[in-house]
Design a protein around this ligand. Structure first.
Ligand SMILES: *Cc1c(COP(=O)(O)O)cnc(C)c1O
Length: 410
């Protein structure tokens, strides 16, 4: 009988005790709404914004209801209008094109490279062909491309960059925090990301007008003076009657849960990186498997792991994924014909205009993805890599693919 992995790919760590205590205090006083404060009290949400801004080295920060809400808020702050083209990665998660569609704007997809970053040549082509003024750049699965080359290109093309840092909170490029290269950085604090409040989002910028617009958009009414990581009152005065309230605030309960997690991000990055590198070592040299290079200047958070099965026909990939699943190893395949769980790809987003992206199709056809929760131990990763290596071998050499996909009798 072959070994099975018994752990869970979806089990995150518990909320730290300090977060639980702070949450209990909020529950006990009952003032969960961020503007429900007494006397000199500063809301947990305002403190979270101040502390997160300091962590990434930004002037301004706004807490929102989700990462998707943060991206939509960022697009609105940039005054994207219905019908406007907005560039984004073809390889990303559904809330990214969804944020564009929520404004009635048009997603225009850009090819992904085999390193899983945006293709800069195609970005230039699509920018010129569409006339887009904004790029919603998704650092999908934590892969950060050459940010200097990207920013130089976007400056030349007159493109404003909004960064989707759902998988790069705590990551850096050449020492600069992810989310700090573009005009706005957006983060998610949904359970599967790098800080966990169930749902939640953060938006950072150094631009006072964008920050004031984001605060007003988030639903500040005329209470914007209670924010701390926000520009001075005169910036709001000029805008307060023009910017709609698109209610999507974060509350004090979630902010309380998150504040103690900011100080844990660097340690989490190191622990995630150790799991990631363990996976890399385990799969190095497995015939048929192509690992994703990680550039020297990318200080990444390896909260998930990807590899390619280049040139594999779909039935063989499907047999491999089924074989691994039968042994407790839960893999996602971005090339599957139908979207499953959290994974869908650009061709599935029928609200967007259809595009032909052969390079992205080729990459996604063999792209395998898995979560690496911090509840995994070093030995878990060794075992998972061993099982993957064996199943790759079985699927690669099988003549009768149907028999590979059948669950092993045990
Ligand atoms: C999770 C995720 C988001 C959105 O975050 P939510 O908080 O779930 O709205 C955006 N982009 C990527 C790449 C994500 O994985």
């Amino acid at each position: 009988m072959s070994e099975k992995f018994k752990g869970s790919f979806t089990q995150q760590e518990p909320i730290p005790e300090a977060g639980i205590e702070a949450a209990m205090a909020v529950l006990r006083h009952g003032r969960l709404h961020r503007y429900n404060t007494v006397a000199v009290e500063v809301a947990e949400t305002a403190l979270l914004e101040e502390e997160f801004a300091a962590y990434v080295g930004a002037k301004y920060c706004v807490a929102l209801a989700s990462g998707g809400a943060a991206m939509a808020c960022a697009l609105r702050a940039c005054q994207v209008k219905p019908g406007d083209p907005v560039l984004s990665n073809a390889f990303t998660l559904a809330p990214v094109p969804g944020a564009i569609a929520s404004l009635g704007a048009r997603p225009v997809f850009v090819e992904v490279t085999k390193d899983l970053t945006i293709d800069l040549d195609h970005l230039e082509e699509q920018a010129k062909a569409s006339g887009a003024k904004v790029l919603l750049l998704s650092h999908m699965r934590g892969h950060v491309g050459d940010m200097e080359a990207l920013m130089a290109l976007c400056d030349r093309l007159g493109l404003r960059v909004i960064e989707d840092c759902a998988h790069t909170m705590g990551a850096k490029w050449k020492g600069v925090a992810s989310g700090r290269h573009g005009a706005i950085g957006c983060y998610s604090t949904q359970t599967y990301k790098h800080m966990n409040s169930g749902e939640g989002g953060l938006l950072v910028t150094d631009d006072p007008e964008l920050a004031a617009r984001a605060v007003l958009l988030s639903g500040s009414y005329m209470l914007f003076a209670r924010h701390r990581a926000a520009p001075p009152a005169e910036v709001f005065e000029a805008l307060k009657l023009d910017v709609p309230n698109v209610s999507s605030r974060m509350d004090n309960l979630r902010a309380a849960i998150l504040r103690p997690q900011i100080g844990m991000l660097d340690d989490r990055r190191a622990r995630w990186r150790a799991l990631y590198q363990g996976m890399e070592r385990g799969l190095e040299g497995v015939a048929g498997v192509q690992l994703i290079p990680r550039p020297q200047h990318e200080d990444y958070v390896g909260s998930s792991f990807q590899f390619l099965l280049p040139g594999w026909e779909p039935a063989r990939v499907a047999a491999f994924v089924a074989g691994a699943a039968a042994r407790g190893v839960e893999l996602k395949w971005f090339g599957a014909a139908d979207p499953q769980g959290f994974t869908s790809r650009y061709a599935h987003w029928r609200y967007a205009a259809p595009e032909v992206l052969p390079q992205t199709d080729r990459v996604l056809a063999g792209l395998i993805d898995m979560r690496l929760p911090l509840t995994f131990a070093a030995e878990d990763v060794v075992q998972i890599a061993r099982i993957i290596g064996q199943e790759v071998g079985v699927a690669a050499s099988a003549r009768d693919l149907a028999s590979v996909a059948a669950p092993a009798a045990d």
